[in-house]
Write a protein that binds this ligand. Structure first.
Ligand SMILES: NC(=O)c1ccc[n+]([C@@H]2O[C@H](COP(=O)([O-])OP(=O)(O)OC[C@H]3O[C@@H](n4cnc5c(N)ncnc54)[C@H](OP(=O)(O)O)[C@@H]3O)[C@@H](O)[C@H]2O)c1
Length: 256
């Protein structure tokens, strides 16, 4: 497929749903060969692959549970197996660390097992995916970490989740410095509230909740997955070749 990402390969974690799905489809539409990672919902991941193919793009699905210590190894093993069809050296140009899990709980309510799971999926997995993917990342490649606007605005009801996203911002800054000399850029995107499955229970079918979020947002609506995918695609592209170590908030101006 032609486009500004033609000839590039991309891995998008958590691409079976929501922001990851929109990102995988957008990168593929721009010409990248995309690995659609998922944890449990193989049917949803294969639907993304089918959607990409129907639009003339190239994608394949890769499974790995980041709650498990070997999650990053499993992702790269699956990637190495499938990417051979498209690239002789198995390199990666774009790594989007998007997969995450969240539990709504205040300081008092947070259970240690939920705290550890969120850190495993949201921080440990991206850290070791990058570490174990370094040999595959060429000069000119880009890493985009999906953080959250909760690192700027206080949300006591998701305190541990917020900590994991703060850790990703630190990883972004630090690795931009370390990997810059190798020509690898590292940036983060911080979404505000987006209409995805994770918010469906309180947002999707409640006009009052949507109105509340809109009123707190300068651009007066709830975010859509593609609002975030567009920013990820920009940071992943050569259009952003002089941008690294940045956290870009994409929230429509939440609680400015
Ligand atoms: N939605 C928002 O309002 C919002 C706001 C700020 C930041 N964000 C961030 O944006 C990113 C995407 O959010 P979203 O709302 O699109 O998420 P989502 O719809 O809940 O989808 C989560 C994705 O992560 C994968 N995942 C979940 N647990 C996993 C595990 N143990 N191992 C590996 N993968 C796992 C899921 O795979 P399966 O489908 O296979 O389970 C799915 O593809 C996340 O980093 C989130 O923190 C979202």
């Amino acid at each position: 497929m032609s486009g500004q990402l033609a000839g590039k390969t991309a891995v998008v974690t958590g691409a079976s749903r929501g922001i990851g799905r929109a990102t995988a489809i957008r990168l593929a539409t721009q010409g990248a060969v995309v690995a659609v990672h998922y944890a449990s919902d193989g049917a949803a991941a294969h639907d993304v692959v089918d959607t990409v193919r129907a639009q003339g793009g190239t994608a394949f699905a890769v499974q790995a549970d980041f709650g498990a210590v070997d999650g990053p190894d499993r992702l790269w093993a699956g990637y190495d197996e499938r990417i051979k069809e498209f690239s002789a050296d198995g390199h990666v140009d774009i790594l989007v660390n998007n997969a995450a899990t969240s539990v709504r709980a205040t300081l008092e309510e947070t259970k240690i097992e939920d705290y550890e799971r969120m850190f495993a999926v949201n921080v440990r997995a991206p850290f070791f995916l990058i570490q174990k993917g370094l040999d595959r990342l060429r000069e000119g490649s880009a890493i985009v970490n999906v953080a959250s606007a909760v690192t700027r605005m206080a949300f006591p009801e998701v305190v541990a989740y917020g900590l994991t996203k703060g850790a990703l911002n630190t990883l972004t800054l630090t690795l931009a410095q370390e990997l810059g000399p190798r020509g690898i850029r590292v940036n983060a995107v911080s979404p505000g509230t987006v209409d995805t499955d994770v918010n469906a229970s309180w947002l999707r079918h409640d006009p009052q909740a949507q109105e509340f979020v809109s009123q707190e947002t300068a651009l007066r609506r709830v975010g859509r997955p593609d609002d975030i995918a567009k920013v990820i695609a920009y940071l992943a592209s050569d259009q952003a070749e002089w941008v690294t170590g940045q956290v870009v908030e994409a929230s429509g101006g939440a609680r400015l």
